[in-house]
Write a protein that binds this ligand. Structure first.
Ligand SMILES: *Cc1c(COP(=O)(O)O)cnc(C)c1O
Length: 470
């Protein structure tokens, strides 16, 4: 390809090439190719203005792995997990990971291979747990000669969106217990009062996405036990432990929320959240083979052992399994504990520092997980010219992504801001963040006129007839 100004043929001068003068392909596959170096540069630069992943405090998902973990994953990038015949050792590794996750959650299941599955994330893992609960319920209803066309599921309004998807896709009625300021986690009595003969399961959350708090699974288990005994139902629990599943075993091992509880029959988690693997990886484990409906399981025995395969996807990357197995071997229980204890420590430090800034109030006094939310002091809020959405924008200027959002249904008036502390966030970074928050607030306080987001908030309040003093 000749360059029109210089008449050069040399495609190796990347920024001297004709492609760098052209708009990037957006609609059609280009007729001719582009030299690798230039194509690489174009693609790379497209991502240039984005947030640095480690400054993204909005995500729960891993943004740092060490060099060896990264290398292993890169080296396996061409391996398709589903080709178990060609890559049987990956399937064995996956089985070992399921064993370790199951034992980490105190499974009572004996035998060489525990019952579980890998997923692309918690979403797939939650779906599999939900489907299994639905099929078990349906089987039971059929055997009793009762109708099985109106299944429902009970959880709090602070559910992650996957549960809405699950209920929509499988046509299961979603019964939600409101999260309120008085009851910031799943209200157990309310949950029980929503259960009936058509309830496929109750889904408490360890590490609620909206607040970082844990539902009280043990109290739910007790209440459900009484209810099941009284009614003759056998409504089980699926724990959505997307974040908490990899926190509790290390930081709070004595707390019972897992298979030590009678009605907890399945648990899901994200290997790519506090399992410390790059996306996407999820795990779901059942308490015993008998809780995994046969229709969902596909057994293979060519690996020298019976391995049960379950999943929504067929093809999927294998690299994440290598990353997880590497983390288990390299970090060990001690390593996971050390990393998560540091995250918790830094989260406490941020929580404390933010709580001391006069215009803020922390949502909770104590942290269940290394993440927390806070809001504008209600008195301050009445006269402020800015909102937390403005603060989010301001912090973007120094590279941080700290999200502001409205709370779920019933308390959707409340705007909060959240920080998720993960491996890769040091005390020094926390100090930089706190300093940036303080100077952003100082700048916002100098505003003479309300920001557009504040004006919108004032108008919304006016419509409700509230008094405001701006
Ligand atoms: C993140 C999350 C999910 C979805 O998990 P992915 O791994 O992103 O698919 C489900 N439930 C909860 C509570 C979560 O925090």
């Amino acid at each position: 390809m000749k360059d029109k100004d210089t008449n050069r043929d040399d495609g190796s001068i990347i920024f001297g090439s004709s492609q760098m003068r052209e708009p990037a392909p957006a609609e059609f596959i280009p007729k001719h190719g582009t030299p690798a170096e230039t194509a690489y540069q174009i693609v790379k630069d497209e991502t240039f203005p984005q947030t640095q992943p480690r400054l993204n405090l909005a995500t729960f998902v891993t943004t740092y792995m060490d060099d060896y973990g990264t290398r292993l994953m890169n080296e396996a990038v061409g391996v398709n997990y589903i080709d178990e015949t060609e890559y049987p050792r990956v399937a064995v590794m996956c089985g070992r990971c399921i064993n370790m996750v199951a034992n980490m959650w105190n499974t009572p299941e004996k035998g060489d291979w525990k019952t579980g599955a890998l997923g692309i994330g918690s979403s797939e893992a939650c779906m599999l747990g939900g489907v299994a609960a639905w099929l078990r319920w349906r089987e039971r209803r059929k055997s009793e000669g009762k109708p099985y066309d109106k299944p429902n599921l009970v959880m709090s309004t602070a559910y992650q969106v996957v549960w809405e998807k699950f209920c929509q896709l499988w046509q299961i009625e979603m019964r939600t217990v409101p999260i309120t300021h008085k009851n910031p986690t799943l209200d157990i009595n309310e949950a029980i009062s929503m259960c009936d003969e058509n309830t496929i399961c109750v889904v408490p959350i360890m590490g609620v996405t909206w607040t970082g708090m844990n539902d009280d699974v043990q109290a739910l288990d007790n209440a459900l036990d009484k209810f099941n005994r009284k009614t003759g139902y056998d409504i089980p629990i699926h724990v959505d432990a997307a974040s908490g599943g990899f926190i509790m075993p290390f930081l709070n091992p004595d707390k019972k929320w897992d298979f030590r509880l009678k009605w907890v029959l399945s648990i899901s988690t994200s290997g790519h959240k506090y399992g410390l693997v790059y996306p996407g990886l999820g795990w779901v484990v059942w308490k015993d083979k008998k809780y995994l409906p046969k229709e969902m399981a596909f057994s293979v025995n060519y690996l020298g052992a019976n391995i049960t395969q379950v999943g929504l996807n067929f093809s999927r990357p294998a690299a994440q399994v290598l990353g997880q197995y590497y983390n288990f071997i390299h970090l060990g229980m001690d390593g996971y504990r050390a990393i998560h204890a540091n995250s918790m420590d830094i989260a406490h430090y941020c929580h404390h520092s933010i709580g001391r800034i006069p215009c803020f109030r922390n949502y909770a006094d104590k942290l269940d997980n290394p993440l927390f939310i806070w809001y504008l002091d209600p008195e301050y809020d009445k006269t402020a010219k800015w909102t937390l959405f403005d603060l989010q924008d301001k912090l973007m200027e120094s590279g941080w992504m700290v999200p502001a959002y409205t709370m779920p249904k019933d308390i959707e008036d409340m705007v909060v801001m959240r920080i998720v502390v993960r491996q890769g966030m040091s005390r020094d970074m926390a100090d930089m963040l706190i300093a940036d928050i303080k100077s952003a607030v100082a700048e916002l306080e100098k505003l003479e006129y309300p920001t557009p987001s504040r004006v919108a908030a004032i108008n919304a309040e006016k419509q409700k007839g509230k008094v405001y003093t701006h």
